[in-house]
Design a protein around this ligand. Structure first.
Ligand SMILES: [Zn+2]
Length: 326
């Protein structure tokens, strides 16, 4: 029987339960580690901040979180393990890479330039290493491969990541989740992965709620993949009202079994920290948190006639099927 890898070890798919499909426990944009004024790394404090921000999800019955942090955004499985133990929520972590613009590529590019290694081959070997033997010395195996592309284009390093992920996914059975910039390149990501032989049920095209066009959503869904409505609360890109309207349209057309919900929130960001000025915070959206979908989005869906079965399909069944195939 297929198992789902969590940071505390493999679990039966049936015990996954209510799942947030794309969040971050800890993350930091490349460069924070070079900031002399960044908060010093203190695992105990970081875990406590994470717990404080995550505890409210327990009130809504959340039983699992997919952590979409790729290696180059300072993924930290030791923190995740601590948080999972203390919070008693399953955490599924990722192997994988971020966009060419915002990830860490110099090292692999330099090796390729010097003809020591090929970027795609080295990415593939790295993904296989973590999926097979675990991350570093932790023994923790990722449950998903994270890939990403930038706005309106799939760059060379991003294409290499997608192809390496497809190969590793096929060999290990690991599913692949993506980052799109504002939903762009969704069909292209899906075509590339499927073209490499990944079955559509093992693919989640992420951040699709960034595009309110139903025609565009259906263009991606036609390929048989899952899509992520996974940025509820980030209203500087798209107001939640528009995301809700798009989602209601798709659910009305019978796509509940292809959509997952989440918020792309981060429990603890690395670096200096600091609060956004009030005007900027308003633009991001005042509801952005780990509980926005329970406090605001699901109630709005229900008011529009979406039933409990459809909600359950999106939040329990789809993450389980995506991660385990069962
Ligand atoms: Zn994310």
């Amino acid at each position: 029987m297929a198992k789902i890898n969590t940071v505390l070890g493999p679990i039966d798919p049936e015990s996954l339960g209510l799942t947030l499909a794309h969040e971050h426990i800890v993350a930091g944009y490349p460069g924070w580690e070079c900031d002399p004024l960044a908060r010093p790394y203190n695992r105990e404090k970081i875990v406590n901040v994470c717990l404080r921000n995550l505890e409210p999800v327990k009130n809504y019955g959340v039983n699992a979180i997919i952590d979409a942090t790729p290696v180059d955004l300072s993924r930290d499985v030791d923190v995740m393990r601590n948080v999972s133990e203390k919070l008693q929520v399953h955490i599924v972590c990722s192997t994988g890479r971020y966009t060419e613009n915002e990830g860490k590529w110099i090292y692999l590019r330099q090796r390729e330039r010097n003809k020591i290694g090929d970027i795609k081959a080295e990415l593939y070997e790295g993904f296989m290493q973590e999926l097979t033997y675990g991350i570093g010395q932790s023994g923790i195996r990722p449950g998903v491969i994270k890939v990403a592309s930038g706005l309106n284009c799939i760059s060379p390093c991003e294409e290499a990541t997608l192809r390496a992920a497809a190969q590793a996914g096929k060999e290990t059975g690991a599913p692949i989740m993506t980052h799109t910039e504002a939903g762009t390149m969704g069909p292209e990501q899906a075509d590339l992965l499927i073209g490499e032989g990944v079955i559509p049920q093992k693919i989640m095209i992420g951040h699709m709620c960034g595009n309110p066009s139903l025609a565009y959503q259906m263009e991606v869904l036609r390929r048989g993949v899952y899509i992520g409505f996974d940025r509820f609360g980030i209203e500087m890109f798209v107001p939640d009202q528009v995301r809700i309207a798009t989602l209601i349209g798709l659910l009305g057309m019978g796509y509940a079994d292809r959509i997952m919900m989440s918020q792309d929130f981060t429990a603890c960001g690395y670096g200096r920290g600091g609060r956004l000025p009030e005007e900027e915070a308003k633009k991001v959206g005042l509801n952005w948190s780990f509980t926005n979908i329970f406090r605001n989005i699901i109630p709005a869906l229900k008011k529009a006639g979406i039933n409990n079965d459809q909600i359950k399909t999106m939040t329990i069944d789809n993450p389980r099927r995506f991660l385990s195939g069962l």
